[in-house]
Design a protein around this ligand. Structure first.
Ligand SMILES: [Zn+2]
Ligand SMILES: [Zn+2]
Length: 175
């Protein structure tokens, strides 16, 4: 995904990209994509050497429900902003390279590559371990029956794992 700076008109550029299931940006992404994820980008050029990108990532990804493992849709709708900056000619410039909010680009660059920013945001913001529905009963840990579909007769300690984690923490503090 590349923003062509030669296409800036009156300091503004709009672009739409689609991330299909085979897009290299998705390498290492655990979710399954069936429909392309849309990326709507607006780039403005409010000052010399400064480009501000606002990008909206929208789509649906599928991940197994954390309780019953049925593929579950995870809606993605994230808007984020990144400032791209060309370094100044003088060392006196106050902008410190290394500032998290600023991405430095080559002086006089004809384009800006945004795969990295989109990827980081997508990976960061996609909610992990979804639940297919709040009342999902999950899979019986003893016999493997999907308890949404069928009741089984196993006796299972029904302690929510989150409380289990808290209890461990408590013990750790006392010990
Ligand atoms: Zn479920
Ligand atoms: Zn069972």
């Amino acid at each position: 995904m590349r923003l062509d700076l030669t296409k800036l008109r009156e300091g503004r550029l709009e672009e739409r990209f689609e991330i299909g299931p085979d897009h290299p940006v998705l390498e290492g992404y655990d979710f399954e994509i069936r429909e392309p994820i849309g990326v709507d980008v607006e780039l403005v050029h409010p000052a010399q050497r400064t480009f501000v990108m606002t990008a909206r990532i929208r789509g649906t990804a599928l991940e197994p429900c954390r309780r019953c493992l049925v593929p579950t849709a995870v809606e993605i709708d994230e808007t984020f902003r990144t400032v791209f900056q060309e370094p100044g000619r003088d060392a006196e410039e106050s902008d410190e390279p290394g500032d998290d909010d600023i991405v430095w680009i080559d002086r006089g660059a004809a384009g800006i590559e945004i795969d990295r920013q989109v990827r980081d945001r997508l990976f960061l913001e996609t909610e992990r371990y979804p639940v297919c529905r709040e009342e999902c009963k999950g899979i019986c840990p003893v016999c493997g029956t999907n308890r949404n579909e069928k009741e089984c007769s196993c006796t299972v300690e029904t302690v929510d794992s989150r409380w289990g984690e808290l209890e461990k923490l408590d013990l750790g503090e006392k010990g």
